[in-house]
Design a protein around this ligand. Structure first.
Ligand SMILES: Cc1cc2nc3c(=O)[nH]c(=O)nc-3n(C[C@H](O)[C@H](O)[C@H](O)COP(=O)(O)O)c2cc1C
Length: 331
C-alpha cells in the first residue's frame, strides 16, 4: 500500500513525529538513516519577529537532509500563518505542516496548537489561507479534539479535506488529555472512513507489533512515532521492516548502538558548536541510556564531561563497561 502527498510517494511507513527540543536536524538525519521515511521539523512560530534569532535559524536549517523537507508552522492568525508558509517555502520547505496538536500552555495561550480545535471557523480560515498561499502540499497535525467533551476530529478532518489539506496526522488524544490515558485509535478509524486524503496515526506506538495493530484498527496509511524514538531511534527502521516484509528485526548490536550514538553526538557538536552541542547531547544520552540499570554508574561522569572529546570518551567507556561500579570490568 502506498500513498502520495503531492508529488511525494510513501509506502506503508513510519514517520518521525515533530518534537520541539528533540527533532532537530541531527536527530532527523539520524532517524532517516535508521529507516524513517519522513521526518518533520520542530514547530516554527509564524511570528516574523522570531525569525531572526539563533534558535529559529537552527530550526530552519535543513542542509544535507534528504527530501521532502517538511516544515511545521504554528500560530493562530490566518494571514500570519500564510506568510510564514510562504517564507518557509522560500527557505526550502517542500511540504508545510500545520500544528494543531500541541497542548503546551505556552502555545495554547496564544491561541495556537491544539487550542485552535475549539474554533472550527478559525481552523477553516487558517487552513484555506495557508493552502492558497503556497504551491507545495500542506498537511495538518491535530488531536482528536479540544477536550474530552468536545471531540470534534471528524468535523475538523472534513474541514481540512475541503480546504485542500493533503494529509492528516492525528494524535489520538484531546488537548485536555495532554499525554494521559491511552490514544484513541477508534476515533482515527472513524475519521479515516470519512476522508479520502491519507491519514497518519499517532500516539503510544512503541513497537513494530503495536504499529501493525494500530494500522489494522485505524486503516491509516502510515504511523507516526514520537517519544519512543528518543530512546530507540532505530525503532523507525524496525517498524518499517515489519510493516513492509512481516519480518521482525533483531535488536541492534552494542557496536551498532555505540556507532549510531557517537555519530549522532559528533553531529550535534558540529551543528550547535562544541559548547552548546555537548549540553544538548546530554539530553539525548539520558533519553537513550537512562533506562539501563548500569547507566547510573556513569551518569555523573557523562554529565560532567565538558568537551566533545571527554563526552565521546565517556560514552565509549560506558559501552566498554569500563568505569567504576558494580558492572565494571578491569580496564
Ligand atoms: C518533547 C515533545 C515535543 C513535542 N513537540 C511537538 C511539536 O513541535 N509539534 C507537534 O505537532 N507535536 C509535538 N509533540 C507531540 C508529538 O509529535 C506526538 O504527537 C506525541 O508525542 C504522541 O506521539 P508518541 O506517543 O509516539 O510520543 C511533541 C511531543 C513531545 C514529547
Amino acid at each position: 500500500m502506498s500513498f502520495n502527498i503531492g508529488p511525494y510517494n510513501f509506502g506503508n511507513c513510519a514517520v518521525l513525529a515533530p518534537m520541539a527540543g528533540v527533532t532537530d536536524r541531527p536527530f532527523r538525519q539520524l532517524c532517516r538513516s535508521l529507516g524513517a521515511r519522513m521526518t518533520v521539523s520542530e514547530m516554527i512560530s509564524s511570528r516574523p519577529d522570531l525569525r531572526d534569532n539563533r534558535k529559529t535559524r537552527l530550526r530552519m536549517d535543513h542542509q544535507g537532509e534528504p527530501g521532502p523537507i517538511i516544515v511545521q508552522i504554528a500560530g493562530g492568525i490566518p494571514q500570519m500563518m500564510a506568510e510564514a508558509a510562504v517564507y518557509n517555502v522560500a527557505q526550502g520547505a517542500q511540504i508545510i505542516d500545520i500544528n494543531m496538536g500541541c497542548p503546551a500552555k505556552k502555545v495554547c495561550r496564544v491561541e495556537a496548537g491544539s487550542a485552535l480545535l475549539k474554533d472550527s471557523k478559525l481552523v477553516e480560515s487558517i487552513l484555506s489561507s495557508v493552502v492558497a498561499a503556497v504551491s507545495v502540499p500542506v498537511t495538518l497535525k491535530m488531536r482528536t479534539g479540544w477536550s474530552r467533551n468536545h471531540r470534534n476530529a471528524l468535523e475538523i478532518a472534513a474541514i481540512a479535506e475541503a480546504c485542500g489539506i493533503q494529509a492528516l496526522t492525528i494524535h489520538g488524544r484531546t488537548r485536555e488529555d495532554k499525554y494521559l490515558g491511552h490514544a484513541e485509535y477508534e476515533t482515527m478509524r472513524r475519521v479515516k472512513k470519512n476522508i479520502k486524503i491519507p491519514l497518519v496515526a499517532n500516539g503510544d506506538i512503541d513497537s513494530a507489533k503495536k504499529a501493525e495493530m494500530v494500522m489494522d484498527i485505524t486503516a491509516a496509511d502510515a504511523i507516526m512515532v514520537g517519544r519512543i524514538a528518543q530512546q530507540r531511534p532505530w525503532i523507525l527502521g524496525q517498524i518499517d521492516q515489519f510493516l513492509t516484509t512481516g519480518r521482525e528485526a533483531d535488536d541492534p548490536s552494542k557496536q551498532q548502538k555505540l556507532r549510531w550514538l557517537t555519530d549522532h553526538l559528533r553531529n550535534l557538536h558540529a551543528f550547535y558548536g562544541e559548547h552548546q552541542g555537548v549540553r544538548i547531547a546530554r539530553k539525548h544520552i539520558n533519553w537513550q541510556l537512562g533506562h539501563n540499570e548500569k547507566y547510573k554508574f556513569i551518569r555523573p561522569a557523562l554529565m560532567q564531561a565538558d568537551t566533545a572529546t571527554q563526552q565521546l570518551q565517556a560514552i565509549e567507556a560506558y559501552f566498554d563497561d569500563c568505569y567504576p561500579g558494580r558492572f565494571a570490568r578491569a580496564c
